[in-house]
Write a protein that binds this ligand. Structure first.
Ligand code: PLP
Length: 415
């Protein structure tokens, strides 16, 4: 375990100990957020870019209403992928002008709703055909998503820059067709999001270059036609993977953009990061329901494919998290401690299908019924992907701040 992950895991175990004071018997699992760490992360996002850049955070990555309210209170906007997310964001106190709406399947009814209710928001059309659905005098800013068509290095299920991507207008579409569409529909923003968990900055920097070039071509044509409108906004999306042991990937990205594409910052630049913001600031904990001596020692826990959707169904498949065990007397045990006796376990979830296995041969401190397993680094794309399989309750959510713990929501049954 890296040193920063070990530190975050210990912190999560401490937070669980505080949260335990308010848990009920049926709270067999808890989801936690470290707000101090989140605020530090938000500050380093701001520091990586010039001050003028406006950062929205992707709602889908961690859509808890209290999280959205926290982000808004810190001056961040929100990126919504559905009208439901737009409404969640408004309910959490977002102003329409802080919202970016990016769904690829906006209905005509939804667009009409936005016209009436979202003045000043940015709506990014997913295609030229979608632009034709927009009102002739939109109350919102009109953007067009472009697929810059490059190799991103993102895992295939999160890579949206290939030729079969469903997202955006392929940049290889004839320039005249893109330019005419932008001029006809009063497009004043171009948008890209090249994929998620992109391992380096290279593809992002290259894609921004392609977007900039297109913006300049559209505006040159407008100039020729004495059309005073311009591309004002470049929305560069999200996609930077979570930091590993402080490798400062976001900072490098921001610096490279300033060095290699300084003209980008002549525009109103928007971002939409999700995973990078949330992953390292969240944790989950589950009671060990039982330990069975099967073909291999098997630990039964209360979070499975319902919370670790991506890990269990194979999209990330790594369970690359930090693990600690909180014993009944409050002692925190970690397998990295040389004096701690350990065993290897298959960690199996609560859902009724064979594939609900979180990890095989995972080395953990020796487990007993009633211990709590703390899993750190689970803040992104977990609660937001909660699966209703077996209709299990969504766990209690808590937020820790300066050692204090606040209950954000109680355990919620889906029925
Ligand atoms: C349009 C858009 N913007 C932003 C994001 C957030 O991406 P990430 O969590 O990789 O930063 C996504 C994620 O799917 C997205 O589809």
């Amino acid at each position: 375990m890296s040193s920063s992950l070990e530190r975050r895991t210990q912190l999560a175990a401490k937070s669980l100990l505080t949260a335990q004071l308010g848990l009920a018997d049926d709270d067999t699992a808890v989801i936690g957020v470290e707000l101090d760490a989140l605020d530090t992360q938000l500050a380093s996002l701001r520091a990586a870019f010039p001050e003028s850049v406006r950062h929205a955070v992707a709602v889908k990555t961690m859509p808890h209403p209290e999280m959205l309210a926290h982000l808004i209170a810190r001056g961040f906007g929100l990126e919504a992928a559905s009208l439901e997310e737009v409404q969640l964001a408004l309910g959490a106190g977002a102003a329409p002008s802080d919202l970016i709406f990016d769904s690829p399947v906006k209905t005509r009814t939804e667009i009409a709703w936005c016209q009436a209710n979202l003045p000043g928001a940015l709506l990014n059309a997913n295609s030229i055909a979608e632009l034709a659905r927009y009102p002739s005098e939109p109350s919102f800013q009109v953007g067009l998503r472009i697929n810059p068509e490059l190799t991103t290095g993102a895992p295939s299920e999160f890579d949206v820059s290939g030729e079969r991507s469903k997202f955006g207008v392929p940049i290889s579409t004839s320039r005249s067709e893109i330019i005419e569409a932008c001029i006809d529909a009063d497009v004043t923003a171009l948008h890209m999001h090249i994929g998620s968990q992109v391992p380096t900055c290279d593809a992002h920097v290259e894609a921004v270059g392609r977007l900039l070039e297109l913006a300049k071509e559209i505006d040159a044509e407008r100039g020729e036609r004495q059309d005073g409108r311009r591309i004002l906004t470049l929305d560069i999306g999200g996609g930077v993977r979570a930091e590993t042991d402080s490798d400062a990937l976001m900072s490098r990205y921001g610096h490279r953009l300033q060095a290699e594409h300084p003209s980008l910052f002549e525009y109103d630049v928007r971002t939409e990061f999700g995973q990078w913001v949330h992953a390292n600031n969240g944790w989950a904990a589950t009671r060990i329901e039982s330990v069975e001596e099967r073909a291999v020692p098997m630990a039964f826990v209360h979070l499975g494919a319902d919370y670790f959707m991506r890990d269990v169904y194979g999209a990330t498949g790594s369970m690359n998290y930090g693990f600690a065990v909180v014993k009944g007397d409050g002692r925190v045990a970690m397998a990295s401690d040389d004096n701690e006796p350990t065993r290897t376990y298959d960690l199996v979830g609560p859902l009724c299908f064979a594939g609900d296995v979180l990890a095989q041969d995972l080395e953990l401190p020796v487990l007993s019924e009633g211990d709590w397993l703390v899993i750190a680094g689970t803040g992104a794309n977990t609660l937001g992907l909660w699966s209703r399989h077996c209709s299990r309750a969504v766990p209690t959510v808590v937020a820790s701040n300066g050692g204090a713990c606040r209950f954000w929501s109680a355990r919620q049954s889906p029925i």
